[in-house]
Design a protein around this ligand. Structure first.
Ligand SMILES: Cc1cc2nc3c(=O)[nH]c(=O)nc-3n(C[C@H](O)[C@H](O)[C@H](O)COP(=O)(O)OP(=O)(O)OC[C@H]3O[C@@H](n4cnc5c(N)ncnc54)[C@H](O)[C@@H]3O)c2cc1C
Length: 529
C-alpha cells in the first residue's frame, strides 16, 4: 500500500481474493438514519461504518428543536402535511411526504420505547413545541434544547446492546465498488490502513454537506461524502440546488458555527446593524419571517457593508439565561452577555434539501445501493425544509431501507480487481468558491465562474477532487434552475417560474457535460489542494 499523505490515505489496494464470507449489508453513517436502519435489521446481521465514534460528528446529536409529529389533540397528519407542502414551495413529492408524516407518531413511540426521555407535562403527556411554519404545537423535544443528543443517546445505547450490529468506528467509506453495474463492496479508510468490505447491499446515511461552505452549523465532516460515493458510482442525485441557510449562526469566528435558535426571535429579539438600525422593520412579519427570507435580508444587509446582530436586550434582558441556558452559555463562552450586549450573527449553511435520488423504499438508481436521512433526496422537503421534519425523515427512512433490504436476496461474493484509494478529501478550496458564488443569493455570472474553477479540480486527482465534484454538481443545478424558489434565490431570476415547478435529477456524467458547455468566466485565485 503506497502512502500518499501523512494520514496514510491514498494509494492502491491489492486484488481482493474471492472468499466465502457472508454478504452482510453495510450501512455508511452513524447518525439517526444509519442507527435506526441498523436496529431495524434485527435479527439479520449488519455492519455500520461511522467516520467518528458513535455520538460524535453527527448532526442528529446537535438538533436543538426536536422532531415533528402530529400527536397533539388539535393536530392531524393532514395538517402536518399541509404545512410541509407549503414550506416545500411546490416541489415536495406529496405521496412521499404523506407516507413519512403518517409514520411520525409510531416513530415517537419507538424512540420512547428505546429509552428517549422526551419532555412531558405533569400529566405524563409528551410536551409539544411550536416552530416557524407549523400551524400546531407538534415538536417533540427533550431536555429543552437538547433533543437530538437525548434521542441519539437512547438509539446508540440500543445499537450497542443489539447483538446483530457490528459497528466499525473511526472508519470512513471512500469509494463504492461496482461489478457489472451492481454494488460489490466498499473501500474503507480505517484508523491505520484502508481495507475492503465486500457486500452487494449498501446504505448511504452520511448526512448533510454544510461543511462545503465556509460558514456552517454542520459538523466539520459533513461534506457530502456519501453523495460523492453515489455520484461516482453513477447514481442520480436530486434537488442539489436547494440548501437551507440558517439566518442566525453565532458569528464569533468558530467553525462550525453555534446556532442561535429561532425561538430567540420568537421571544421578541430583533435584528439590528452596527448603527442600531432595525433593517427588517417593514418587511412582512419582520424577524419572524421564514428562515430563507430572514437569511436573504441579513445577507443583503451584510453585502452593503454592515455587521448584523441579534438584540435580545429589551425583549429578554436578564431573563435570557433562564429562558435559553444553552445559548446563554455559548454566548458567554465567546465573551458576550446577551442580557446586556448585542449578539453578532450571520447566515450559515444548515441543511441540504437535495441528495441521492431515492424511491419510496430508499432505492437509488444503482442496483444494490440505498440511501436515507439527509443524504437522500426523498421528496419530503421540496424546495425548503419545514423545521424539525429532518429528524423525522432520518428515523422513518432509516427504518424503511432496512425493511426493504431485508426482503432482498444476498449476493455472491466475487474477486475484486486492484483498487485505488483516494486521498483524504479536503474541502477548503471548495468552501471558498461555494461561499462566494453559491451562497444565499446567486446569479449566472457567479455560478459560471464557480463552474470554471470547480471543473478542473473535480477532474483531477487532488485532495479537493471529491468536494469539488459535489460542489460542481450543485452549481450546475443552481445554474440551470433559472428561477427563485424555496432555498434557491437567483438575483437574475427573482421570481418562481411555473414551468420549473418540478424536481430535477443530475448524474455526475451529465453535470460534467453541462459544466463544459457553460461559457467560463475568469477564475479568481482559489488553489486546488
Ligand atoms: C445545529 C443543528 C441543529 C439542527 N436541529 C434540528 C432539529 O431541531 N430538528 C430536526 O429535525 N433537524 C435538525 N437539524 C437537522 C438534522 O439534525 C439532520 O438533518 C439529521 O440529524 C440528519 O441525520 P442523518 O442520520 O442523516 O445524518 P447525521 O446525523 O449527520 O449522521 C451522518 C453520519 O455519517 C457519518 N459519515 C459521513 N461521511 C461518512 C463516510 N464517508 N464514512 C463513514 N461515515 C460517514 C458521520 O460521521 C455521521 O455519523 C439540525 C442540524 C444541525 C446541524
Amino acid at each position: 500500500m503506497k502512502k500518499e499523505d501523512k494520514e496514510g490515505w491514498g494509494g492502491t489496494l491489492p486484488p481482493q481474493p474471492a472468499t466465502a464470507n457472508e454478504d452482510v449489508p453495510i450501512i455508511i453513517g452513524g447518525g439517526l438514519a444509519g442507527l435506526m436502519a441498523a436496529l431495524q435489521f434485527a435479527p439479520q446481521p449488519v455492519i455500520l461504518i461511522s467516520m467518528a465514534p458513535l455520538g460524535e460528528q453527527a448532526a442528529s446529536g446537535w438538533a436543538q428543536g426536536g422532531l415533528a409529529a402530529a400527536i397533539g389533540p388539535d393536530d392531524s397528519p393532514a395538517k402536518h402535511l399541509a404545512d410541509t407542502l407549503k414550506a416545500g414551495d411546490g416541489l415536495c413529492d406529496p405521496e412521499t411526504a404523506r407516507r413519512i408524516i403518517d409514520a411520525a407518531p409510531a416513530v415517537v413511540e419507538e424512540l420512547a420505547r428505546l429509552g428517549a426521555r422526551f419532555d412531558r407535562a405533569p400529566s405524563g403527556a409528551i410536551s409539544l413545541g411550536l416552530e416557524a411554519g407549523h400551524s400546531r404545537h407538534r415538536i417533540v423535544h427533550a431536555n429543552g434544547d437538547g433533543s437530538g443528543a437525548e434521542i441519539l443517546r437512547a438509539v446508540i445505547a440500543a445499537v450497542r446492546r443489539a447483538g446483530h450490529v457490528r459497528v466499525l468506528e473511526s472508519c470512513a467509506a471512500t469509494r463504492l465498488i461496482l461489478r457489472d453495474g451492481q454494488i460489490a463492496g466498499v473501500v474503507v479508510q480505517g484508523a491505520s490502513a484502508p481495507f475492503v468490505l465486500r457486500a452487494s447491499r449498501v446504505v448511504i446515511a452520511t448526512g448533510g454537506l454544510g461543511g462545503l461552505y465556509s460558514h456552517t452549523t454542520n459538523p466539520a465532516g459533513a461534506i457530502g461524502q456519501g453523495l460523492v460515493l453515489a455520484a461516482r458510482a453513477g447514481a442520480a442525485l436530486a434537488d442539489l440546488e436547494f440548501v437551507q441557510f440558517h439566518p442566525t449562526a453565532l458569528d464569533v469566528g468558530q467553525d462550525p458555527m453555534p446556532l442561535i435558535s429561532e425561538a430567540v426571535r420568537g421571544e421578541g429579539a430583533t435584528l439590528v446593524d452596527e448603527t442600531g438600525t432595525r433593517f427588517m422593520a417593514g418587511i412582512g412579519c419582520a424577524e419572524l419571517e421564514p428562515r430563507d427570507i430572514v437569511s436573504r435580508a441579513v445577507w443583503r444587509h451584510m453585502g452593503e457593508g454592515h455587521r448584523v446582530f441579534l438584540d435580545a436586550r429589551r425583549a429578554l434582558g436578564p431573563r435570557f439565561a433562564a429562558r435559553f441556558p444553552a445559548i446563554d452559555a455559548l454566548c458567554r463562552a465567546a465573551g458576550i452577555d446577551p442580557a446586556t450586549q448585542k449578539i453578532p450573527i450571520r447566515p450559515a449553511a444548515h441543511y441540504h434539501m437535495g441528495g441521492i435520488a431515492v424511491d419510496a423504499a430508499g432505492r437509488t438508481s444503482v442496483p444494490g445501493l440505498w440511501a436515507c436521512g439527509e443524504a437522500a433526496s426523498t421528496g419530503l422537503h421540496g424546495a425548503n425544509r419545514l423545521a424539525s421534519n429532518s429528524l423525522l425523515e432520518a428515523a422513518v427512512t432509516g427504518q424503511a431501507v432496512a425493511r426493504d433490504i431485508s426482503g432482498t436476496q444476498a449476493g455472491r461474493p466475487a474477486p475484486l480487481v486492484p483498487l485505488s484509494v483516494p486521498p483524504r478529501p479536503k474541502a477548503a478550496a471548495v468552501r471558498a468558491i461555494l461561499s462566494r458564488d453559491a451562497g444565499v443569493l446567486r446569479d449566472a455570472d457567479g455560478l459560471s465562474r464557480a463552474i470554471g474553477e470547480l471543473l478542473p479540480m473535480a477532474d483531477g486527482r487532488v485532495a479537493s477532487a471529491d468536494p469539488a465534484l459535489l460542489g460542481l454538481m450543485m452549481v450546475v443545478a443552481m445554474h440551470r434552475r433559472m428561477e427563485s424558489r424555496g432555498g434557491h434565490a437567483r438575483t437574475d431570476y427573482p421570481l418562481a417560474s411555473p414551468a420549473l415547478a418540478h424536481r430535477a435529477t443530475l448524474t455526475w456524467e451529465h453535470a460534467r457535460a453541462a459544466a463544459r458547455a457553460v461559457p467560463q468566466r475568469a477564475a479568481v485565485s482559489v488553489q486546488a489542494q
